[in-house]
Write a protein that binds this ligand. Structure first.
Ligand SMILES: Cc1cc2nc3c(=O)[nH]c(=O)nc-3n(C[C@H](O)[C@H](O)[C@H](O)COP(=O)(O)OP(=O)(O)OC[C@H]3O[C@@H](n4cnc5c(N)ncnc54)[C@H](O)[C@@H]3O)c2cc1C
Length: 501
């Protein structure tokens, strides 16, 4: 059933078995997995079927502290409040995390998931159906190098269309949209009942036209995105300072992205040189990465590389190109690039950019917090403090150098130019992918995280978190396929729990 909170009649208190906050990929996946289960599910979504500028303005950041040029708009444009969440405008790049991403690496502080890849494999398999992907082909080690060749598949799923129809006709799922959860209210325990398990009693909901109602749920699942999840927890913790489980000081900490940049260029002198270029990326994108042995030897985090045509830069109006070159690169590099672009399609071959998507280390200096300012919904605004730190930049640089060394082993005909000459300058221009991870990190140890291996919030028996905010580390793969896999796993667990009650 679909309910528009702005126009439809809504009870002051709604009782439900499971309340899911957010109808992005995580929330809709869980809701659909619980369809026809006999479990009553209420999904509360801040947005509607269209993008709303009012929501954008109200829920934009109040502040951003960063050395990056990226600007506050980056977070606004990557936190769409709309049914389908950010996947309405995502690019659909999908890949599973690698087995080693789940393992503790002693040179990456706070690394190691309390889940193994093997445990997630059945859920990854089910995610293929949802994302309309093929079974991934095995990665291939490239002879005589320490490189591995792989790919991202491209999903066309948008989590709207057919999902809307399914939810509309569902007997046990109600999606209430244009409704924003302002905070969670803990169950107050009497002083003589301190041993009673801590629970969330109700969710308070507000709308743009001033309506208010509450949902009382057996289980609460936050699927409000990488910033939405910590935001709700921080706001709820502030309103209930005596409720100790919510005073978890990892909420909002260790925000991670995937640094994206073009750190090198490649000339493909002989057209038969054996490299895969990302020319047609409608169904998949060929990538390379450094072998695990090489990375462990050099204590490197994960990175993937793809080889893009540089034509985009060549096609820019000259004035823009000059601005791009002079603001991004030191003089020597800019000069090299001018020559590269001028000779883009010379007789010997063509120039390509080597694009890196890297891992960012968990770091408590990257943190999402509440601002003092409130929006028109009387909800606190958020602030972000985020940078790429020495370990992240160092990882990009050293990984790129090794990648170029290995690539050169493939053929003497391949020529590469390293472009990262001036860290002070280029580092400000490294961007992210709209991948907001780590802000309610998963750890079996309450001293190093917010949720356990199943996504249950530590110390609160009926509160669960879905989405990339639970990732303790992010590998190089884009996050959504793992979000879907974890969501399916959480839905299955809840189904089991509720069946046995
Ligand atoms: C331009 C772009 C390109 C991307 N490309 C890729 C890609 O190629 N591959 C990939 O894997 N990922 C990509 N991503 C990231 C991907 O979109 C996210 O990983 C994914 O959408 C996260 O799903 P989610 O359900 O956890 O959160 P979201 O998609 O953020 O959904 C959260 C939902 O919760 C709602 N919400 C938030 N707070 C509240 C509240 N208080 N009350 C009620 N509702 C609330 C929001 O309105 C939203 O609908 C891209 C993102 C963008 C923006």
């Amino acid at each position: 059933m679909l309910t528009n909170a702005l126009t439809d009649k809504i009870d002051d208190v709604i009782h439900t078995d499971v309340c899911i906050v957010g109808a992005g990929p995580a929330g809709t996946t869980i809701a659909r997995a619980l369809d026809n289960s006999g479990i009553n599910v209420t999904v509360i979504e801040s947005g509607g079927f269209k993008y709303s500028n009012t929501l954008k303005d109200n829920f934009s950041l109040a502040g951003l502290t960063t050395d990056l040029w990226i600007g506050r708009e980056y977070f606004t444009t990557h936190t769409a409040r709309q049914i389908g969440g950010n996947a309405v405008s995502w690019q659909g790049w999908c890949r599973e995390l690698d087995a080693e991403d789940f393992i503790e690496r002693d040179y990456i502080p706070l690394s190691g998931w309390p889940v193994t890849k093997q445990e997630l494999d059945p859920w990854y398999e089910q995610s293929l159906n949802i994302l309309k992907l093929d079974k991934p082909t095995a990665d291939t080690a490239i002879d005589k190098t320490d490189l591995v060749s792989s790919q991202f598949q491209i999903s066309k799923q948008r989590f709207t269309g057919t999902w809307k129809t399914k939810l509309k006709t569902s007997k046990n799922i109600q999606l209430i949209y244009n409704a924003t959860v302002s905070h969670l209210q803990p169950l107050s325990t009497k002083s003589d009942d301190k041993k009673a398990p801590a629970r969330i009693q109700a969710l308070h909901i507000v709308t743009e036209n001033g309506k208010q109602f509450t949902v009382q749920a057996g289980h609460v699942i936050l699927a409000a995105g990488g910033l939405g999840n910590p935001h709700l927890l921080l706001d709820s913790a502030k309103r209930a300072p005596a409720f100790t489980p919510l005073q978890n000081d990892w909420i909002g900490q260790c925000f991670m992205e995937h640094p994206h940049y073009t750190p090198a260029a490649l000339v493909w002198i002989n057209k038969k040189a054996p490299v895969d270029i990302a020319n047609d990326i409608t169904t998949s994108v060929p990538i390379y990465y450094l072998s695990r042995t090489l990375r462990e030897k050099h204590q490197l985090m994960q990175s993937s590389f793809n080889i893009d045509p540089l034509d985009v830069a060549a096609q820019m109006p000259e004035e823009w190109r000059e601005h791009f070159l002079t603001t991004h690169f030191d003089e020597k590099t800019a000069d090299e690039l001018r020559k590269i672009i001028a000779n883009l399609h010379n007789e010997q071959g063509s120039w390509h950019g080597i694009y890196i998507r890297s891992e960012q280390a968990p770091n408590r200096a990257n943190v999402y917090t509440l601002a003092k300012k409130k929006n028109a919904f009387k909800v606190s605004k958020g602030r972000m403090q985020w940078n790429y730190h020495a370990q992240d930049l160092d990882n990009m640089e050293r990984s790129t150098r090794l990648f170029l060394q290995e690539l050169a082993k493939l053929s003497p005909l391949l020529q590469v130019k390293f472009l990262l000459h001036d860290r002070e300058r280029y580092s400000k221009h490294v961007i992210g992918g709209g991948h907001f991870m780590g802000t309610t990190r998963m750890s079996n140890n309450t001293d190093t995280g917010c949720v356990d291996a199943q996504g249950q919030f530590h110390g609160i028996e009926n509160l669960h978190i879905a989405g990339s905010s639970v990732f303790p580390t992010g590998g190089f793969a884009n996050p959504t396929q793992t979000i879907i896999a974890l969501s399916l796993r959480l839905a299955s667990r809840l189904k089991e729990q509720l069946k046995t009650k």
